[in-house]
Design a binder for this molecule. Structure first.
Ligand SMILES: [Zn+2]
Length: 404
């Protein structure tokens, strides 16, 4: 007998198969609409009753369509946007750090209107220490198995998010909460899954550190110190991962809906109902091989057309273009676009020095007539300009880090 788990993460509001670089290309190898087709096709293949579908967050922010949606009243934009996610048929979901970018009211509307439960164990109400959103866990029956699902997000959200967006919330270590919850749930279920909007601080196979251990990603610690978890459904780092190690199946499906993580659990049940796992396999299904789901395209058609119009609006005129010829070269040697951004930041803040970054590998800077499309393609994130007080030593460290 087989249980199939399908997992998406970090779709970042790319509902349609376009990256909005140009107006007419709807052949991009990404999108929730392609993810939805993968899910529907796998359900057909294995039988819907044997397929569990999950997502680990970063849905509300990242695409031009997501930016446009956020400008509309929630009952217009976000309602349609949420409907598209509902169409995929998720069984359980978790929150991502970027889902907090537009504030708690926006996020709450989304959580409340999702058909699938949000599983949240480490975003707490600071006053009561109980989970602020969603459910602590869920137990779902598929393929005749009881599947327990826990859900956490990166505890690092408080380092990035503006205070007003996370007021009254407390973010705690996912490892700390799961190590207790896993012990409690293990005896009640046949399969235990952890949904995590986070990734790996060390290589899952070798244990070699792959980044400073700040607590942003705790996947390796969870993998190695919580043996109760059978299936570890991760995200946040936008990596493509699929492997089985330490009797745990791990997937991470890239970003923007480029792939769906798939775990197949082959098992037997004896006459007493005791479950024995024979084998677990993992793969990433590339969504480019699947046509976009017309049901999703229908839901977001108007939203997408309005987004394209909004993107083409001219919002400023420059006396000459301010391009970036090459992102890496621009980072090292500077670029007219970066000079312009720095000058604007100095003008608005009155600061002594300015720092910024080229945030996208496909950033091209500004042409003479700047449109919203150009702004969002260069700066896809909902960042905020800040004035900070620095010592000369700190400034030197920043420059050295950047040069490194
Ligand atoms: Zn993400």
């Amino acid at each position: 007998m087989k249980l199939v788990i399908l997992h998406s993460s970090d779709t970042h509001g790319f509902l349609m198969p376009t990256d909005y670089q140009n107006k007419d290309n709807y052949d991009a190898p990404i999108s929730l609409s392609r993810v939805s087709s993968v899910v529907k096709s796998e359900k057909e293949k294995y039988g819907a009753e044997n397929v569990l579908v999950t997502d680990s967050g970063d849905c509300l922010q990242g695409s031009p369509l997501a930016s446009y949606t956020q400008k509309l009243p929630e009952d217009e934009g976000l309602r349609k946007f949420t409907e598209a996610y509902n169409e995929v048929g998720y069984d359980a979901r978790a929150l991502g750090n970027h889902d907090f970018n537009y504030g708690l009211d926006y996020l709450s509307y989304y959580v409340d209107n999702n058909r699938a439960p949000f599983i949240n164990d480490n975003v707490l109400d600071a006053a009561t220490n109980v989970p602020f959103f969603g459910k602590e866990y869920t137990i779902i029956e598929k393929a005749g198995l009881k599947i327990g699902i826990m859900g956490i997000t990166t505890q690092y959200i408080s380092h990035w998010e503006s205070e007003e967006h996370i007021r009254g919330l407390k973010f705690v270590s996912g490892y700390d909460v799961l190590s207790k919850l896993a012990k409690k749930l293990r005896p009640q279920v046949d399969i235990l899954c952890a949904l995590y909007h986070g990734g790996f601080e060390s290589d899952p196979l070798t244990g070699e550190a792959t980044e400073p251990h700040t607590g942003e990603n705790e996947g390796y610690k969870i993998l190695t110190e919580i043996p109760e978890i059978d299936v570890f459904l991760t995200g946040h780092q936008h990596r493509r991962l699929n492997l089985v190690t330490r009797d745990t199946a791990i997937v991470q499906p890239g970003y923007r809906g480029e792939a769906v993580g798939k775990v197949v659990i082959d098992f037997d049940k004896d006459t007493n109902g005791k479950v024995k796992i024979n084998n677990m396999t993992t793969e990433l299904i590339d969504s480019k091989d699947y046509a976009p789901d017309p049901a999703i395209e229908k839901i977001v058609k108007n939203l997408d057309e309005e987004t394209q119009k909004w993107l083409d609006q001219p919002i400023a005129h420059l006396s000459e273009p301010a391009p970036i010829e090459d992102a890496i070269k621009g980072r090292i040697e500077g670029a007219l676009f970066i000079n312009l951004i720095q000058q604007m930041q100095l003008w608005f803040t009155g600061a002594d020095v300015s720092a910024t970054a080229i945030m996208s590998e496909s950033a091209h800077g500004f042409s003479k007539n700047v449109t919203m499309r150009e702004v969002l393609l260069n700066y896809p994130y909902a960042n905020q300009l800040c004035i900070v007080k620095l010592t000369g030593k700190e400034l030197k460290e920043i420059i050295e880090y950047s040069a490194g």
